[in-house]
Design a protein around this ligand. Structure first.
Ligand code: ADP
Ligand code: MG
Length: 444
């Protein structure tokens, strides 16, 4: 029997942290947010295959950390396990794995400057060891550059090249949700192609960073039309503060493609039970559509466990039962108010029983007996497929729409909503034709 060497273990383990372009970008953006950046720019050259860069104006990395940042389990964010549950701990970083994993996947260099020190360019080898340091010029902040991501993993590299377009749109969707979750941060995504007919630079997304809240930011990212027939949800449930928007029953979507969840300002995968409760309740009022959902949960950090999956996108919400119990009557009230004639209206409370939770009677006005609860009505329209929701379609569309000139945009945006500034520049041609723009969009 052989014992695997540390370097082999390093390469095997890193495979779980940074599996896709999107996962890689997510880690880097999280780091920038943890560094209190107010501007974050993501640059993708050749869909990120050739060069991926995340540039921020955060606090920078101190010289004494240069050696450590890309070594395994090196983090400046926690010292001991207990820190994880302390109330003022507010980061999704802390495992010290991302830069180490990235250094194993591609060539990692970091340019960084803190307020107190001069700027440095740092090159790391594939084991995360600092290989060289040289002086450069730059503002306070950090640029992490990854060249030839996945080049050391031939299978994954091939897979990446085959799906480059969809990986770029997934990355764009991720940045869109960060832009909504962090309205005070200015995000941009720039795609660059050096060769071929569509060579040039394109700004795929650029937010103002001046929206006053995530609601405004959502309008700027998704367009006013998408938010027009939505209703505000605002509840507190135990430690949780929940704010959000949900489509009214008259205005659902054909697929489940616009459901966003945030915990403490960071996008997460839909918490399964919460999403199920919302969709099941919604289907009692409109069985033919899916709601647009944007829900933002806030609680002291100890209430969230982000260590559930390596990519930290699935989180465990403490006191979820209480959350569901409070959420259910609030949803029923909200959706019931705008109920439409001819659409089946379910009694309040039934869907909680799917979770083994006794329905609360608040607002139901019944005699205190739990109603004899029918299964929520399933969508009957052949246009709606519950089995294969086109989950990402909406944001994909949005991404493409941002490249169409304003006059052709299908949604109008109110004056008081900060605009997504979508500028497209082709080298050598400032005013590319719409056809050219769309062609570029299709190139991803
Ligand atoms: P973690 O985020 O879990 O601490 P990472 O591997 O992502 O681990 O990052 C390692 C360390 O590098 C961080 O703890 C932080 O100190 C530093 N770092 C990484 N990116 C940045 C950045 N953009 N700005 C400032 N510091 C950074
Ligand atoms: Mg990190």
């Amino acid at each position: 029997m052989n014992r695997l060497s540390n370097t082999v273990v390093h390469e095997i383990c890193t495979n779980q942290v940074v599996v896709t372009l999107q996962a890689c970008v997510k880690e880097l953006v999280e780091n920038s947010l943890d560094a209190k950046a107010t501007r974050i720019e993501v640059r993708l050259r050749d869909s990120g295959a050739e060069l991926l860069e995340v540039v921020d104006d955060g606090c920078g990395i101190a010289a004494e950390d240069f050696e450590k940042v890309a070594s395994r389990h090196a983090t400046s964010k926690i010292r001991q396990y207990n820190d994880l549950s302390s109330g003022d701990f507010s980061t999704f970083g802390f495992r010290g794995e991302a830069l180490s994993a990235i250094s194993a996947m591609g060539d990692l260099t970091i340019a960084t400057k803190t307020k107190a020190s001069a700027a440095s360019l740092l090159c790391y080898d594939r084991y995360g060891k600092l290989a060289s340091t040289s002086p450069i010029a730059r503002e306070v902040g950090t640029t992490v550059s990854v060249r030839e991501l996945f080049k050391r993993l031939p299978v994954r590299h091939k897979e990446f090249m085959r799906n480059a377009k969809s990986q770029v749109s997934a990355t764009l969707r991720l940045i869109q949700s960060y832009a909504i979750a962090q309205p005070q941060v200015r995000f941009s995504v720039i795609a660059e192609k050096l060769r071929g007919p569509s060579a040039g630079k394109a700004t795929l997304l650029c937010t103002s960073g001046t929206a006053s809240d995530w609601h405004q930011a959502a309008a700027a990212v998704l367009g006013d039309a998408a938010l027009s027939k939505t209703q505000k949800l605002n509840i507190s449930a135990g430690p949780w503060q929940v704010e959000g928007l949900i489509s009214s029953p008259v205005a659902g979507r054909r697929s489940r493609d616009a459901q966003l969840f945030f915990v403490n300002g960071r996008p997460i995968d839909a918490p399964k039970r919460v999403a199920k409760l919302i969709n099941d309740t919604y289907h009692q009022y409109n069985s033919r559509a899916w709601p647009l959902v944007i829900l933002s949960f806030t609680a002291p950090q100890g209430m969230v466990d982000v260590n559930v999956t390596p990519d930290k996108k699935q989180v465990f919400l403490h006191e979820e039962e209480q959350l569901l119990t409070e959420l259910q009557p609030a949803l029923t009230e909200l959706l019931g108010i705008s109920e439409v004639h001819g659409v089946h209206s379910g009694p309040s409370g039934p869907v909680l029983s799917h979770f083994g939770i006794r329905p609360s009677n608040a607002g139901s006005g019944d005699d205190g007996q739990a109603p004899n609860t029918p299964e929520p009505v399933r969508p009957q329209s052949p246009m709606v497929s519950r089995e294969t929701p086109e989950k990402s379609q909406f944001f994909g569309e949005m991404a493409m729409r941002t490249l169409v000139p304003d006059s052709q945009s299908s949604t109008s945006t109110a004056d008081d909503v900060p605009q997504m500034h979508v500028v497209e520049m082709h080298e050598g041609s400032q005013d590319a034709s719409p056809e050219r723009r769309r062609g570029h969009a299709a190139d991803g």
